[in-house]
Ligand binder design. Structure first.
Ligand code: SAM
Ligand code: SF4
Length: 477
């Protein structure tokens, strides 16, 4: 699948800004979404072609209930054909909440004097990772404030500590990062520690709103943040994650900008973002959100479906910021990864219930809305016939970036991703699942094996499941 660059007023150049506010506003103001056009755009996406900015603008302007219904149905269909029923699971691990920035919406902002500042030392980090492994986690995203202590060397060190922890059959096989933008040299240092994805969210792509919310500190520099993942790419990190914090500016503007960002990376580096995140603003300390840009549940589910259609080949991440019911709904529209068993207070995974004395907002960044355990989330996924996955095979086999796009190989997802999902679920069942979950899990595995029969590797998968039952671990295709 070759990407044909669009003509933009600002041409794509690596490490140069690519957002043209006028162009995006004009697309929002002037694109007319007739039902025929909406149908055509959805059809193009169902043919697995990524959408242009103009086509995405048509979808964000489709306000009539019938078109919105069709967009959601289209996203559902695309998700089923491209991704199947797998949902990849991970957990965030907050390493340090010291921060010199003043992002008005974040509990970690420097001006929030109520916040207890902590950086996990190696010993506490190990305890956290052990607790996460005891729950069955295999994939983490490490999260840091922006502070001189959190140098690239420090980040790389924490990544290595996390990989070194092995408790029982537990191990962390993929560490992703959500931290401040770095220089090319800094990104290289972090890359060498063996990370998966480096995420930097632009928060809002609208420069004026950006200035309003980022009052002081290094993060106030809009362009430095906008081009940060170009630097990551220059440093050789070809798995990058983009995102916008929905609720700071008009959601339509953010959706088009995310697509623009994806196109920019593809135009400059021949590889788009690995993932898109779309966190919705949550209550944080004393921060009051502007009503004007609040994203309703209806608009949120709609924007997730539009993003799915616009970038059919990009992973989409939904977090526990969203309540259970919304998570359940948007899983249908194309989300491929969710966190589960999430705790965002520093050091909280290793804490015993009786140690948690107050529920104040003093060590966490914002309030999460889905605090179910990993086991409970897996239970629900199985009940809804999803296939929970802890797979980390691609990046460990070097199948990343432009050299490898899982989607360019016909049948890859089913042959490899589904098979690996089955094997990692089998491991989870053997090591961590309660009996009722195990029973459901084996049934889901059986059903998926039947669905995979056309790929002729079911015998090999079955053999490997037996090996897992005999005690072998970490088998993948
Ligand atoms: N400090 C780094 C940064 O700002 O990029 C990385 C970590 S920051 C803790 C991770 C993300 O949390 C931010 O990029 C932002 O999108 C999100 N976030 C901050 N405050 C939030 C809030 N009140 N509700 C939801 N998400 C929030
Ligand atoms: Fe610091 Fe990141 Fe929070 Fe901003 S969003 S205050 S940079 S931790």
């Amino acid at each position: 699948m070759k990407f044909t660059p669009e003509k933009y007023k600002i041409a794509d150049q690596s490490m140069k800004s690519f957002i043209d506010v006028e162009e995006i506003n004009s697309l929002i103001d002037h694109s007319i979404a007739t039902p025929e056009l909406v149908d055509q755009v959805i059809q193009k996406s169902l043919n697995k072609k990524r959408l242009t900015l103009q086509e995405t603008a048509i979808l964000v302007n489709a306000n009539d209930p019938e078109s919105i219904k069709k967009i959601k149905e289209g996203a559902h269909k695309l998700k089923e054909t491209v991704y199947g029923n797998r949902i990849v699971l991970f957990a965030p691990l907050y390493v340090g909440n010291k921060c010199l920035n003043n992002c008005k919406y974040c509990g970690f902002r420097v001006s929030n004097k109520e916040q207890i500042r902590t950086t996990l030392n190696d010993q506490s980090l190990v305890k956290e990772v052990e607790a996460l492994q005891d729950n069955g986690q295999k994939r983490l995203i490490l999260v840091y404030g922006e502070h001189p202590e959190y140098t690239p060397e420090f980040i790389a060190h924490t990544v290595k500590v996390v990989y070194s922890v092995k408790k029982g059959n537990g191990e962390i096989r993929r560490v992703n990062i959500n931290a401040a933008p770095l220089s090319i040299e800094g990104f290289k240092t972090v890359k060498d520690s063996g990370i998966g994805t480096y995420q930097v969210f632009q928060e809002t792509y609208h420069p004026e709103s950006y200035k309003k919310y980022h009052v002081s500190g290094a993060k106030r520099d809009y362009n430095n943040r906008l081009t940060s993942l170009d630097r990551a790419m220059e440093a050789g990190i070809d798995d990058v994650g983009i995102g916008a914090l929905f609720g700071l500016h008009d959601w339509r503007f953010e959706v088009l900008s995310l697509v623009r960002h994806a196109n920019h990376l593809e135009a400059c580096y021949n590889v788009g973002p690995h993932t898109i995140s779309f966190p919705r603003l949550q209550v944080a300390s004393t921060f009051k959100q502007e009503e004007k840009y609040k994203v309703s549940d209806e608009d949120f589910t709609r924007l997730v479906a539009i993003l799915r259609l616009a970038v059919p080949y990009t992973g989409m991440i939904l977090t526990a910021r969203e309540p259970e019911a919304i998570r359940k709904e948007v899983l249908q529209f194309g989300v491929s990864q969710i966190d589960a068993g999430t705790k965002i207070e520093l050091g909280e995974y290793a804490k015993k219930e009786e140690d948690i004395v107050d529920q104040n907002l003093n060590r966490e960044q914002f309030k999460i809305n889905d605090d179910r355990s990993l086991g409970d989330v897996i239970d629900e996924l199985l009940d809804d016939s999803y296939l929970p996955s802890f797979c980390t095979a691609c990046y460990r086999l070097g199948r990343t970036g432009e050299h490898f796009m899982e989607f360019s190989v016909p049948g890859f997802i089913k042959r490899f991703c589904s098979a690996n999902a089955i094997l990692t679920l089998a491991e989870y069942i053997m090591d961590y699942a309660k009996p009722s979950t195990a029973e459901k899990g084996w049934k889901v595995i059986e059903k998926n094996l039947v669905d995979l029969e056309e790929f002729k590797n079911t015998d090999e998968i079955k053999t490997r499941i037996e090996r897992i039952k005999q005690g072998e671990r970490d088998l993948y295709f």
